[in-house]
Design a protein around this ligand. Structure first.
Ligand SMILES: *Cc1c(COP(=O)(O)O)cnc(C)c1O
Ligand code: SF4
Length: 337
């Protein structure tokens, strides 16, 4: 068996069946980790026959992007911010992707005139203060294309913030070139990077280097993670990840509960279990190391932060649960007058 045995056997049987839904793609750095037997990496990227099992509640548009889609490439759900999806290509394809029906399809990339229309839309809606380059992975685009779009955003006065949602810093750190850093620091808008990281195992020395490069160049880095069975579904896995992130000065922003994308139920962890881990993080890591636990309500109704089950009100009194002694509830009567 050659060193890429997992590519030939496992992947081949199912990837042709699955390619209609989501292509198979990993980077050199991720495939090296898979070669080393890293199950937490393989589980995220190697196709599995379990994806063929689609539950009745799973859909191709799990968070209702399509109903907030005024022009191609723009998702406008909240008045102050829009998602801008120039391309739906990524460096890797995550088997649990919420946009799995769109990513990896060339037909979903914007051509020049569609890009113009998307930018016109932003220019003509003065409520839009933030433009979020999203997935697909914007760092797949050439620095030159990113520069030209940022230059056009620079001319739109009501846009103050620009955000990049990306997985590139961990899965393909080589794409973070000095040119890219230069592009991000040359705009007049406040730029942030939100990187998608699910386990410490994804963080190589080179990814640490590139995350440091962003931060040292004045580009803050936040992170988002998805809670996934077999990948990071334990309190320890989450703690290791969030500790590592804050040691690198990356701020954990969101911990997403898995959306109802087709064929992803084998990744699902019960929400009550996630709420319990989230509650227990509080006593074990600084507050800025705890991301908000997010559920994106199906049907395009928006994202909400689920607060851990730690406060209840009965008979005019409040009951709080201790993060240090999770079984202990303390009752307080504030008596507001
Ligand atoms: C998630 C999302 C955003 C960004 O939301 P934040 O809470 O600001 O991170 C913006 N637009 C859409 C459509 C989204 O789904
Ligand atoms: S990088 Fe993001 S958009 Fe791309 S496949 Fe993974 S989860 Fe989906």
């Amino acid at each position: 068996m050659n060193s890429r045995g997992w590519l030939d056997e496992k992947t081949h049987q199912v990837s042709s069946l699955l390619s209609k839904e989501l292509d198979f793609r990993v980077t050199e750095s991720m495939s090296r980790l898979i070669d080393q037997g890293n199950q937490e990496i393989a589980g995220q990227f190697v196709p599995s026959a379990q994806e063929l099992e689609v539950k009745p509640n799973e859909t191709s548009d799990p968070i209702g992007d399509d109903i907030h889609n005024p022009v191609p490439g723009i998702t406008h759900r909240y008045s102050d911010r829009v998602l801008l999806n120039i391309s739906h290509a990524c460096a890797v394809y995550c088997r649990f992707c919420l946009r799995k029906e769109k990513v990896s399809k060339p037909g979903h990339s914007l051509n020049t005139s569609e890009t113009d229309k998307a930018l016109d839309y932003i220019a003509s809606h003065t409520s839009i203060k933030e433009v979020i380059f999203s997935g697909g992975d914007p760092f797949i685009l050439s620095p030159r294309l990113i520069r030209s779009i940022l230059a056009r955003l620079d001319c739109i006065e009501h846009v103050k913030l620009v955000r990049f949602h990306t997985r590139v810093p961990t899965v393909d750190p080589g794409r973070v070139t000095p040119q890219l850093i230069d592009v991000l620091t040359s705009t007049t808008k406040a730029v942030r990077v939100v990187t998608h990281i699910n386990t410490v195992k994804e963080i190589s020395e080179s990814s640490e280097e590139v995350l440091k490069k962003f931060i040292n160049s004045g580009v803050p880095v936040l992170s988002q993670s998805v809670i996934l069975k077999g990948i990071n579904n334990s309190l320890d896995a989450l703690l290791n990840l969030f500790w590592k992130l804050i040691e690198m000065r990356v701020t954990p922003y969101y911990l997403h509960y898995l959306d109802l994308a087709r064929g992803t139920s084998h990744f699902r962890v019960p929400l009550e279990q996630v709420i319990e881990w989230h509650h227990q993080l509080r006593g074990k890591i600084p507050g800025y190391g705890i991301p908000e636990l997010m559920v994106d309500i199906p049907g395009g109704l928006g994202k909400i932060a689920i607060n851990s089950e730690n406060a209840k009100q009965t008979g005019g009194k409040w009951h709080f649960r201790s993060p240090i002694h999770p079984d202990k509830w303390i009752t307080i009567d504030y008596q507001c007058k």
